[in-house]
Design a protein around this ligand. Structure first.
Ligand code: NAP
Length: 452
């Protein structure tokens, strides 16, 4: 058998977010005859670019044009409405593909583990973000927006996203692709203030500079920081990384300028605060915050230590933005501690033909572009492994047979052509109002739109 080098290798990529698309692109770029089938449990591709990135960040979302380009390359197929573990199994994939890449991200929340965490009105950012972005799993969330103050837990970019989304002026919101159910609710919302609580200090906050800087440009918004927490000269410490110093300069700007008393909305940063308890009669009515001091551990990392002092803040909405967490895939090894799949540079530990990329590989950190390098590392090993092995014996019509199998198994299957029809429909609906798109959120409607 000398012809095996010309017979294509078949690779399945499970998950169609940034890491999945960067892996697909790297595979198609490789010096290898390869076909890539990408699966998603949703009808729509792009993962967090569609369902995570805040709607008022269209520039970040425009990275999807790159994914579109990949999707149009020869050798690539997209199959939506395919849920691994429900519609198809891992074993079935391994029978049909020479390698499987899991690019499923971190689909759930990190827990706070405090009393009252599950009271109505206490919402994980993964649910809230999914709700305003029209993720079909979260359309029925109905967050209580009949409260003046929202408290946001966490000092990362997701905390900023959710705080902005509850405070954006109506005109800004209406220009976005925020799902219509959320748009209506946010426009009618009573929330006037978002209090962002970081458990450590301003130096330790995980915000990125662009995200902090843009706050100053939001209409009708007063941004407030405490001059005692962000004192003059805080940014002058040249032992700090440049990015931290830039962030501190911006936060110092918020601390030293008196907030516009006429602004209709207010965003306040309060550092050295940990959530201790949520209280309320049938729903959140207040949050108890613990005041922290900082201590540097032997590992050099700064830790928040409870001083025992307490503050009680009235609120009907607590948004928990303390990070995402990966979920185990059926039959795939999982490290419960880190919420990731154990691997060596993307090769799943103890597995021959299975790989990971993105957040399920390295945890929920980094920006979209971080996934490119990460996927390249995995694909480099994958390609080396495939190159060192003769592809499995396959029938001539293997490619078509896989599609028939999927169509039989998944009656709502959405292929690339189907997704393009959905995409055109959504963009078309958005055009008259100058919005990027009006999102479809209903499974049956996705299926219907995807059919010729
Ligand atoms: P993150 O950056 O890891 O921030 C999580 C925050 O939650 C940190 O401030 C962390 O504090 C805090 N936290 C964790 N456990 C806590 C607890 N038990 N009590 C109180 N606070 C707690 O996570 P993220 O905001 O979910 O963002 C995830 C990734 O996506 C990040 O890499 C982020 O930059 C990226 N992202 C980027 C953008 C953008 O570029 N526009 C937008 C959204 C997200 P400690 O530091 O003390 O642990």
């Amino acid at each position: 058998m000398e012809n095996h080098t010309t017979r294509p290798h078949h690779v399945a990529v499970v998950g169609s977010g940034p890491s999945g698309f960067y892996a697909a692109a790297a595979l198609l770029d490789a010096d290898l005859d390869v076909r890539v089938d990408m699966f998603d449990r949703l009808a729509t591709p792009w993962g967090l670019v569609r369902a995570g990135v805040a709607p008022d960040h269209p520039k970040i979302k425009s990275v999807s044009a790159q994914y579109d380009k990949t999707a149009r390359r020869e050798g690539f197929r997209f199959f939506g409405h395919v849920h691994l573990g429900e519609d198809i199994t891992r074993d079935e994939l391994l029978e049909r593909y020479d390698a499987v890449v899991y690019a499923v991200g971190s689909q759930t929340e990190r827990r706070l583990g405090i009393p009252g965490e599950d009271l109505p009105g206490s919402i994980a950012s993964v649910d809230f973000v999914g709700w305003y972005n029209g993720h079909p799993d979260h359309v029925d969330l109905a967050p209580p927006l009949d409260t003046e103050r929202a408290v946001v837990i966490g000092a990362g970019n997701v905390a900023l996203d959710v705080a902005r989304m509850v405070l954006l002026p109506e005109a800004d919101l209406r220009a976005t692709d925020t799902a219509d159910h959320a748009l209506d609710a946010l426009v009618a919302s009573s929330v006037r203030e978002a209090l962002i609580c970081g458990r450590r200090g301003p130096r330790e906050a995980a915000f990125t500079t662009t995200e902090l800087r843009e706050l100053a440009d939001i209409d009708d918004l007063a941004v407030v920081a405490d001059p005692e927490q962000v004192p003059a000269g805080i940014a002058d410490d040249d032992t700090l990384p440049k990015a931290t110093r830039r962030n501190l300069e911006i936060l110092r700007g918020f601390a030293e300028h008196a907030p516009d008393p006429d602004a209709g909305h207010r965003m306040e940063f309060r550092f050295y605060r940990s959530p201790i308890e949520l209280r309320g009669d049938g729903r959140v009515e207040e949050i108890v915050l613990g005041v922290n001091r900082l201590e540097t551990g032997e590992d050099g990392r700064t830790r928040a230590v409870d001083t025992g002092e307490r503050e009680t803040v009235a609120t009907g909405l607590v948004l928990r933005a303390v990070g995402y967490r990966g979920m185990a895939l059926p039959g795939v090894p999982f490290d419960d501690e880190t919420g990731t799949v154990p691997h060596e540079e993307g090769r799943i530990t103890g597995r021959d033909r299975e790989y990971v990329v993105g957040w399920i590989k390295r945890g929920p950190t980094g920006i979209i572009g971080t996934n490119k390098k990460d996927a390249n590392e995995t694909v480099r090993h994958l390609v080396a492994d495939l190159g060192g092995r003769a592809p499995a014996e396959r029938d001539e019509d293997h490619h078509a047979a896989v599609e028939s199998w999927l169509r039989e198994r998944c009656t709502d299957l959405v292929d690339q052509t189907g997704w393009e029809a959905i995409d055109a429909h959504e963009r078309g609906r958005g055009e008259p109002a100058g919005r990027p798109r009006v999102k479809v959120v209903d499974r049956a409607e996705f299926t219907k739109l995807s059919r010729p």
